[in-house]
Design a protein around this ligand. Structure first.
Ligand code: ADP
Length: 243
């Protein structure tokens, strides 16, 4: 988020550099059940972003100090592969990956019925194989499908998506140049059936009107992504039936 309002990223007809309308998502593909050894898994290709999420558990909570008497804990890791961007990333966790892991865990806690598994933990691993802005949204959307694929009881699915601002115009789902030179970014987590917010982060500034429009775009996109999540889980269920 550079805040370079003077870098022109909109065409004269109001479309964006990659041809999308302001309220248009990048192309998204979702597949459930891609990691055979995991209890549940999903792949989300979102523009050039590619995330794999794998879920293991519920299992006994170890180490003991993380265990909770009355509920399950979510042990979430978000990691960008060293080859996921053109500059090689140093392997291992850093401040950013820990922050995204924490945001993801908090958001998933809004939907997973943790009280059903006291003293247990569920491991959620998110690996970003290619990154081109919006990887937290891609990873969270994948993790929700992976949890459902693992048969973990949930109050709702969870969709994550972002809107932002470029050239004083609110747009949905910023790509990398838009993220670099844009003026604001508003990633959110939304429970698609209830419309409740599971998390909201904001980078840059939006007026109240711009915020309202960004949330209209986010809500509309949530419905589209939710359909893809459901289709991925239904396809997985049908394939299981054939095995
Ligand atoms: P998000 O991926 O959720 O948008 P950020 O806003 O922190 O999260 O990152 C935006 C983008 O910047 C990432 O998707 C990735 O393409 C790039 N990026 C993030 N961290 C690094 C890094 N350490 N090295 C190179 N590029 C990075």
């Amino acid at each position: 988020m550079g805040g370079y309002g003077d870098v022109q990223m909109l065409n004269e007809d109001g479309t964006r550099m990659d041809g999308r309308r302001p309220d248009e998502l990048r192309k998204i593909e979702i597949e459930a059940g891609v990691v055979p050894v995991a209890d549940g898994s999903a792949r989300v290709q979102w523009g050039s972003n590619l995330a794999i999420a794998a879920v293991y558990g519920p299992m006994e909570a170890h180490p003991r100090k993380i265990s909770r008497q009355d509920r399950c804990v979510l042990d979430v890791r978000y990691n960008m592969a060293p080859f996921s961007v053109t500059d090689r990333i140093r392997p291992g966790f850093n401040r950013r990956s820990r922050e995204i892991g924490k945001v993801t865990a908090n958001a998933l806690e809004s939907v997973v019925q943790l009280e059903l598994y006291p003293r247990s933990k569920i491991r959620v691993e998110i690996e970003i194989l290619t990154a081109e802005a919006g990887t937290r949204c891609c990873g969270i959307t994948a993790a929700a499908v992976a949890l459902a694929d693992a048969g973990i009881p949930m109050r709702d699915l969870l969709v994550s998506v972002a809107s932002g601002k470029i050239n004083d115009t609110v747009v949905l789902d910023l790509d990398k140049p838009e993220d670099n030179y844009g003026q604001a970014d508003l990633p959110v987590g939304i429970l698609p059936n209830s419309g409740e917010l599971a998390f909201l982060q904001m980078d840059g500034d939006l007026s109240v009107e711009e915020y309202d429009l960004a949330m209209v775009y986010n809500m509309k996109a949530t419905k589209e992504i939710h359909e893809l999540q459901k289709a991925a889980l239904a396809a997985r269920y049908e394939n299981r039936g054939e095995q």
